[in-house]
Design a protein around this ligand. Sequence first.
Ligand SMILES: Nc1ncnc2c1ncn2[C@@H]1O[C@H](COP(=O)(O)OP(=O)(O)OP(=O)(O)O)[C@@H](O)[C@H]1O
Ligand SMILES: [Mg+2]
Length: 266
Amino acid sequence: MPLVEISNLTKIYSQSESALGGTSRSRNEVRAVDDVSLDIHAGETLGLVGESGSGKSTLGRLILRLIEPTSGSIRFEGRDLLAASPGEMRRLRRDMQIIFQDPFASLDPRFRVEDIIAEPLLIHGSETAKGGIRARVVELLRAVGLDESILQRFPHEFSGGQRQRIGIARALALRPKFIVADEPVSALDVSVGAQIVNLLAQLQRDFGLTYLFISHSMPVVRYLSTRIAVMYRGKIVEIGSTDQITERPQHPYTRSLIEATPEVAV
Ligand SMILES: Nc1ncnc2c1ncn2[C@@H]1O[C@H](COP(=O)(O)OP(=O)(O)OP(=O)(O)O)[C@@H](O)[C@H]1O
Ligand SMILES: [Mg+2]
C-alpha cells in the first residue's frame, strides 16, 4: 500500500467571486491542480518539478490538508484524509509536516529557538515534563547539525541556512513519516542549499522519512529524488524514475525543463 494515494485531486481557486457579474465565471477561475492522481511510496523521495504557477505548492498543501480540494481524494496509510474526523486529523497531522521555502518568514521572530522547536511537542506530544521537552529539543538540534548553545537565541540572530535547520528540527519534532519540502533551498545560496539538501538526505536515512520534494530546479530534484513528477498548468504531465525522467524524458515540457537547466553538481 502506498503511504500517500491521491486520486483525481482538483483545486479550483475562484478569484474575486463577489466581483463577478453575469456569465464570465470561468475566466475568474484558476485550476491550480487539475485532476491529479499519484502515489507516494514509503521511504522514497518524490521530486515535484514545474515552472512558477504550475500548482506545486497547491498540490503539496492539499496533500497535508492545509487547504481543501474542490474534488478528489487523498489517502494516507489507506485512511481517507478528507473523511477524517477532527480528532483523527489531529493525530494524522503528527505524521505529516511541511518545510517552507522562506526561512525568514516561517519562524516566529518573537520566540526563542527552544520554544519554536518545543511548540509542536507541547501541542501534540505525549511528553509534558519540562526536562523531557528540553532534552528532546536538544536531540533535534543535534540531528540538524546545531547544538544547545542556541536554545535561548532568536531567529533574527541566524543566517538563512541556520534558520532552515531550525525549521527542519521543528518539522521533525513529532517524528513524522512524511514531509512536504516546498522549495526548501530556493531562497538560499547554492553552497548553503547543497548543505541543506545533504542534511535532508541524511535525515531521511536516519529517520526513515518519505519526502515530497518540490523545486523548480531539475538538478536539485535529480540529486535527491527516487522518482520525479513533472507538473505543468495543474497537471502531472510525466512521472517516472529519476533516470527515466532525466535520461529519457517523453514529454516536450520535461525536455524543455531539462534543457533549461545546466548540469550542476549539488
Ligand atoms: N490562494 C490563492 N488564491 C487564488 N489563486 C491562487 C492561490 N494560490 C495559488 N493560486 C494560483 O494557483 C496557481 C498555482 O499556484 P502555486 O502556488 O501552487 O504554484 P507553484 O507551482 O507552487 O509556483 P511557484 O513555483 O511560484 O511556487 C497559480 O496560478 C496561482 O496564481
Ligand atoms: Mg510554490
